[in-house]
Write a protein that binds this ligand. Structure first.
Ligand SMILES: [Zn+2]
Length: 177
């Protein structure tokens, strides 16, 4: 019998070297967002041949709290890709889609999602840091969009995302936890 920890490891085992490379790019975009005063989230859209089609990062500092990269990807895909291309495309993201973005992803018929860190992780970090849960229920993609295949999180990359989230919240000394 596997423990929950073993199940998590199993889940990250679905990631290929190419998946990790795309996730590295997302974490770099999250870093860029944080450096610009936005929240540390970054995402890219990759076609079935492994080519990056579109990239974005969180841009909420202007006051529009819906400026999430995964939402921008869904809108870009709806405008630029055929139905078949969308199904075969993969969205990589530093942090699992929120319910708004998961709904957008499923509504435009996009394919697989690969996450560096999960919503469950973000919830546990925020609890640990004594932060309030925020206005939107932290539902996983699997609940909002049950037909979408999700892979991840990645243990090493999620530690880096945790450090970025800590920095965003002004939490010190958690970068190597
Ligand atoms: Zn979102």
């Amino acid at each position: 019998m596997w423990s929950h920890v073993a199940m998590d490891e199993q889940s990250s085992g679905q990631l290929s070297a190419a998946d990790r490379e795309h996730l590295e790019r997302c974490v770099a975009l999250a870093q860029e967002a944080l450096d610009a005063g936005d929240e540390p989230f970054g995402s890219i859209l990759v076609d079935s041949g492994g080519k990056e089609l579109f990239a974005d990062r969180n841009q909420v500092s202007g006051g529009d709290r819906t400026q999430h990269p995964e939402f921008a990807i869904a809108r870009w895909a709806a405008a630029h890709l055929s139905v078949e291309e969308r199904v075969r495309a993969t969205v990589y993201t530093s942090g699992e889609h929120c319910p708004m973005c998961a709904a957008a992803h499923a509504s435009v018929g996009l394919g697989r999602i690969v996450v560096a860190s999960s919503t469950a992780q973000l919830v546990s970090w925020r609890q640990e840091w004594g932060l309030d849960p925020g206005p939107v229920a932290p539902l996983p993609i699997s609940v909002v969009a049950p037909g979408v295949e999700v892979a991840g999180p990645d243990p090493e990359l999620s530690r880096r995302v945790r450090a970025l989230q800590a920095r965003a919240q002004g939490i010190a000394g958690t970068s190597d936890a």
